[in-house]
Write a protein that binds this ligand. Sequence first.
Ligand SMILES: [Zn+2]
Length: 292
Amino acid sequence: MKKVNNISNYMVKKSELKDWDSVFINPTSIEIETLRTGTIISKMSGLLNLKSANATELKDGTANIPVLAHILRHEKYGDYLIDTGFDSSFTNEIGGNFKGILKKIYFRNYIQEKNSEGIEFQLKCRCINLNGVFLTHIHEHASGSPSLPNEIPYVYGNGEREENFFPFVYSNFFKNKVDLQKIDFLKGQDMPILGKCVDVFGDGSFWAISTPGHTKGHISYIVNGKETKSLITGDVCISKKGFELGVETGKFSLNKEQGRESFFKIKEFIKYYPCTKIIFGHETDEFKIEYS
Ligand SMILES: [Zn+2]
């Protein structure tokens, strides 16, 4: 039997594709569907750096931010998730499956309203059999993991770790998972504008991009579909407003300078490839952030 929490390195495939033009002229039958699994009521200063020179018109306040997960369907390799969002433990208990003596205070603003459901229910409704989970980072983006199969691979960036302020607040999302895999971007390839990238399946359909700052091992993803090309930013850019104003993620980021660099790398990429659909860390055209 495999050891519990066996962490290995993701097998990086050699890619023939060396620039984005060559990638985008060879799209694949791959698509994504975004699901809303909950809401976080958050301070604006967390999601946007209000001290940025580009933030002069922004005031602090609160925002209701959707907690998202994305189903990735590849014609040949099957169904995966990008981030898990919340599972239904957040319906039943304040703080859901986070742990610790302060969780009911610390995570009191993590809620599931009528317009959202736990990830495991939404997958079941769609008869999805997951082959694996790719994470932009851990935090609440992995908090649906306990409700998902134990045997499939859970893939995240090298250096990424769970929040651990034991015994106050912490998480143990990968308890019982047997196949944790880390992407080592040093084994990836340098791509124009975005730097270190990994051609995840080796067919140019799905790319992992190293975008550290919000967390140490943070990853953004590109999905090179025949219908749509999407960029999933993760929390390197949480909101559409931040992207449009040129204001990077605020207090939620671990390393602000690095986060800023990653954010402007993404912005630069979109300048060259404006037809790419951007899916922000907590906002899409369908699921919008509400500011108050
Ligand atoms: Zn987040």
